[in-house]
Design a protein around this ligand. Structure first.
Ligand code: NAD
Length: 495
């Protein structure tokens, strides 16, 4: 099946109204499989960000006084609406982002999981208290919402990543403003149309399209209390420092280069299947994609044979076509950057075992396609070994012992994920205990935490302290108020 979406002009959603931006600049949105422009998104102005924040601030007063049991009701409705529209949402993700329909569908399901967790806000937002911290004096801790909070999201999960933030923010009593990636804004537009039907009061949700200028307007706005960000490390650092310098809370998730260690006692058939999906699924454009495979001892020969065979046989094509296992990368620039990085790897001593460059896909000659690529003999200390590629390129390294492999893992600046493949419980414990990464997989290639666990990036993969999802989300979007109270105590002698 192949369809091309009609070119769409994207709108902002401000104070419960869909508005055409007055911005003179707009950004084209491409279908990466066909290179056609399928939509245009405005570069919203400072004034438009200001209007959105003001509308949210106005809504905040009564939203925070709405009982939490009522605040979660529109989220229950949103979950049902998203589920009813899953096929269409998944098609939109594939059209603007390139991943396969199956991957897009699964992405939406992982996003919806966060709504389910946030619907538990009546329990999650509870504080705690003590009677008689001194004679006749009690102490309570309440969690209160912050006010207007904002999120800035990346291109690779247009449906899921906004849902890492929106449900927790609004269920906790905040008003929420989203600036989606300008490369993939159509999915969010659709999701906000559904959120409108779900019955959130006007101003509780806002959507402004745009790029850097729109982001800067959010970061500088005095009434935005907190900023959540997901994207590349240089931008994460920039956003974290500008947001916090402006007195805001910030949680900024950055880039990654995730290693997987393969021990000789691993089940090689399963390991290859899982790691091939991790490295080449979503065309390697997952922040939890495995991009470095470190074989230990005798694992080298068999794993190399198996993974190169898998890479060569993976079917690449348009994500809406049946049987396609891998779609294109996001843009022409991205494709050129990845191809160039393979050359850099070769200059730094690596060997191309499977070259995915320069191969066309039938019927899609303009699309931004690369095929899976495997690089051998990558030197752990080379710059190439530490550069995020964000494409379907797997780098192979080798170590003689598990200790040496862990040393290679721990010398990395990123700490988003590390995985181990083994049948030894002892090695698994050694790995999870000592490895420097916030998300760890044992015999898993994409250790994406469920919505009720924090998405725990470390190192250069995360700036802040409270992560996205679950209890961390509740803490990030609330501030604690402690009340110490004393009341006349005549009655105390009556029992
Ligand atoms: P990006 O950093 O280019 O863009 C992310 C967002 O920041 C977009 O909304 C964009 O408009 C905005 N932005 C871009 N440049 C900016 C600037 N100079 N100033 C202000 N705002 C700016 O990231 P991307 O290419 O959309 O996404 C891919 C990156 O995201 C990869 O590095 C990937 O590892 C990372 N990522 C990380 C996680 C995680 O959980 N750690 C999850 C998904 C993606």
């Amino acid at each position: 099946m192949m369809t091309v979406a009609a070119k769409q002009e994207l709108l902002n959603y401000i104070g419960g109204t869909w508005a055409r931006s007055k911005a003179s600049d707009s950004l084209d949105v491409y279908n990466p499989a066909t290179a056609e422009v399928i939509a245009t998104a405005p570069q919203s102005t400072r004034d438009e960000v200001d209007s959105a924040v003001k509308a949210s601030l106005e809504a905040f007063g009564s939203w925070r006084m709405t009982p939490v049991t009522e605040r979660v009701q529109p989220l229950f409705k949103l979950k049902a609406l998203l589920e009813a529209n899953l096929p269409e949402l998944a098609r939109t993700i594939t059209e603007e982002c390139g991943k396969t329909y199956k991957e897009s569908y699964a992405e939406m399901q992982r996003g919806i999981e966060n709504i389910e967790v946030a619907c538990g806000m009546p329990s999650m937002i509870q504080g705690y208290n003590n009677e008689d911290i001194a004679r006749g004096i009690d102490e309570h801790m309440f969690r209160q919402p912050l006010g207007v909070v904002a999120a800035i999201t990346p291109f690779n999960f247009p449906g899921m990543i906004p849902l890492w933030f929106l449900p927790y923010a609004v269920a906790a009593g905040n008003c929420f403003l989203l600036k989606p990636s300008e490369k993939v804004p159509m999915t969010t537009q659709h999701m906000f149309r559904l959120a409108e039907q779900a019955g959130f009061p006007k101003g509780v949700l806002g959507l402004v399209n745009g790029g850097k200028e729109t982001v800067d307007a959010i970061l500088d706005h005095p009434d935005v209390r907190a900023v959540s960000f997901v994207g590349s490390t240089p931008v994460a650092k920039y956003i974290y420092s500008r947001a916090t310098a402006n007195g805001k809370r910030a949680q900024c998730q950055g880039g990654a280069k995730n290693p997987a260690v393969i021990l000789p006692d691993a089940d090689m058939e399963m390991t290859t299947r899982i790691l091939a999906d991790s490295a080449f699924g979503c065309a390697g454009q997952r922040c939890l994609a495995t991009s470095v495979a470190i074989t230990v001892g005798d694992a080298r020969e068999e794993f190399t044979e198996r993974i190169t065979a898998d890479a060569q046989s993976r079917r690449v094509g348009y994500g809406l076509d049946d049987g396609v296992a891998m779609g294109p990368v996001i843009s022409a620039e991205s494709k050129a950057r990845i191809e160039g990085l393979v050359d850099v790897g070769v200059q730094q001593g690596a060997e191309v075992l499977v070259d995915g460059r320069g191969k066309e896909v039938d019927g899609f000659k303009d699309g931004y396609f690369l095929h899976p690529t495997v690089m051998g003999n990558v030197a752990p200390g080379s710059e190439f070994a530490h550069t995020e590629i964000f494409g379907p390129v797997l780098s192979m390294m080798h170590a003689n012992t598990v200790e040496k492999a862990i040393e290679i893992v721990n010398a990395r600046k990123f700490g988003n994920q590390a995985c181990l493949f083994t049948s030894s419980g002892s090695a698994a414990r050694q790995f999870r205990y000592t490895v420097r990464a916030g998300n760890v997989g044992i015999n898993l290639g994409v250790a994406a935490p469920m919505a009720f666990f924090p998405f725990s990036g470390w190192g250069e993969s995360f700036f802040g302290d409270l992560h996205a999802q679950g209890r961390h989300g509740v803490e990030f979007y609330t501030e604690t108020k402690v009340v110490v109270e004393r009341w006349p105590k005549e009655w105390s002698r009556t029992f």
